[in-house]
Design a protein around this ligand. Structure first.
Ligand SMILES: [Zn+2]
Length: 228
């Protein structure tokens, strides 16, 4: 699953050294995954590792996500892993000039992908689980049938139906619940108001609903140009 790992920090033994005062000796470990995504792990750094402005312990991110070490160092992951050419450190101050400080329309637009990816992955987990359940149930339904055919005894087949029923109760696959929980936790971190001072979770309302609402109910950050 992991194609390549790069450690970053101030200490010289890191794969990539950032000799800056607010970077920890061993700051973070970043993995390039087979599917082109990245897994970012903070190594208990003093000033933290941030994904889209949110402090994380461990998070799976895409090339579009903003990964920041401490307060100011934004790193370009595809460049770090030499997938793309350019400079590793993005200029943290190179933010688009805002005529209206409440204008978060550009940042909000990026959340559409976050929402759609969440829906897509959730569906994938549920469909896979459903297929697994059908497979398991078919298996257990076949057992009483076999008993009936082999023993031709109504009591034995009756008992085996009960046993198969009980066995089914214990085969409920919990793994997909873990996957759903992980997906949900990640969603709650990323589907948030883009205003750094707010970061309100935007609930499970669709991106379109928020786009139509046009602003953050908490901090009044503007999501939709029509509200400007
Ligand atoms: Zn807000």
């Amino acid at each position: 699953m992991i194609k390549k790992t790069i450690t970053v920090g101030r200490a010289p033994e890191n794969d990539k050294v950032f000799n800056l005062p607010d970077i920890s000796g061993k700051h973070a470990r970043i993995h390039l995954l087979e599917d082109g995504m990245f897994k970012v792990e903070d190594l208990n750094s003093a000033n933290g590792t941030y994904v889209n402005g949110y402090r994380i312990k461990s998070s799976t991110v895409s090339a579009d996500d903003e990964v920041r070490l401490s307060a100011n160092l934004i790193i370009d992951l595809p460049v770090l892993f030499e997938i793309r050419q350019g400079t590793i450190v993005k200029d943290a101050n190179a933010q688009p000039n805002k005529t209206n400080p409440n204008d978060f329309t550009k940042e909000f637009a990026k959340l559409e992908k976050v929402y759609l990816d969440y829906k897509k992955n959730k569906k994938k987990i549920l469909v896979t689980n459903q297929r697994k359940q059908i497979f398991v149930r078919t298996g257990f339904m076949a057992i009483p049938l076999v008993f009936t055919l082999v023993f031709r005894n109504i009591h034995i087949s009756g008992a085996s139906i009960v046993l198969a029923g009980i066995a089914q109760l214990f085969t409920g696959n919990m793994k997909h619940l873990d996957k759903l929980e992980e997906l949900d936790n990640d969603f709650k971190v990323r589907y948030v108001c883009p205003n750094d001072k707010c970061r309100q979770f935007l609930s499970h309302n669709s991106w379109t609903v928020w786009h139509n609402t046009g602003e953050c109910p908490r901090c009044k950050a503007i999501f939709n140009k029509e509200k400007l």
